[in-house]
Design a protein around this ligand. Sequence first.
Ligand code: GLU
Length: 330
Amino acid sequence: MKKSKIFVVLLISVFVLSLFMVGCGNGNGDEENGEPGGERPERLAVATGGTTGVYYPLGGGIANIISENVDGVTANAESTGASVENVNLLSDGDVDFAMVQNDIAYYAFNGEEMFDDQDPMENLRGIATLYPETIQIVADANAGINSIEDLVGKRVAVGAPGSGTEANARQILAAHGISYDDFTADFLSFGEAADNLRDGNVDAAFVTAGTPTAAITDLSTQHNVILLSMDQDKIDALIADYPYYAQVEIAGGTYRNQDDDVTAVAVMAMLAVRAELDDDLIYDITEAIFTNLNVLANQHARGGDVTLEGALDGMSLEVHPGAQRYFDEQ
Ligand code: GLU
């Protein structure tokens, strides 16, 4: 009799304890995140890039569209070191959206290239690809630089620490047999690179951004600069190794004193989001962006490239289900 009483008491205790644990589980999940469908923060942060790039004005435009058209949320654009920093911020939950190059997003999601010592960032999702970002190599017209090979022995700004630009610089130089050991590399934002080029402290700079890029436009009015073309065989080798690059021409007249077309490569800018955000919220945000594209076109020429038809061209991440539902309905 005594033994069976103890058994009943134990059974009841286990039952009560398990009820308590189920309660705790619910509290950590749905209640804390607002809704069963996912997180709905009231304030949303959009990671962009330096203030003289294109991410900053277009990310600002996207933040304005969200604040003005989606009920119950406000969004703000933040200046950052750009793509590589942005995917880290996004994956860690420090921001909710990020402007990012499609090549960098792919490496981050898969834990490759500059991310090979980190866990794959499996919570990155795409909303849409936006516009081409051209890798522009600007050189002081009087520094004796006429080709990428001439950068050997010079002082070169290779992009901000944590930028996609810096990754592109390394890959493009490697395709020419050049490494950072062959010249002095300075890790500068577009604005810093332009100021230093104008003042004679650096001889050339890599800039991965939509054209025209304000930093280069301003520089070209103050200083004589040239854009370097890439040779076809080097472009072919680069694309064979890194398929996110595409060959493009920087049209003559994009910058002051640039009369001829310049052959270059480009990647795609995209808008990425955290997987944890609520599907309905992302549906509403995607709808707001694609029904207010004029706001982006007014911010920068490349904002005019964003279209519903092209929204998934070059997409390198799984699309967020909220965005996918919006695209499927169109
Ligand atoms: N694509 C650049 C990067 O991630 C930033 C471009 C911009 O700021 O417009 O380095």
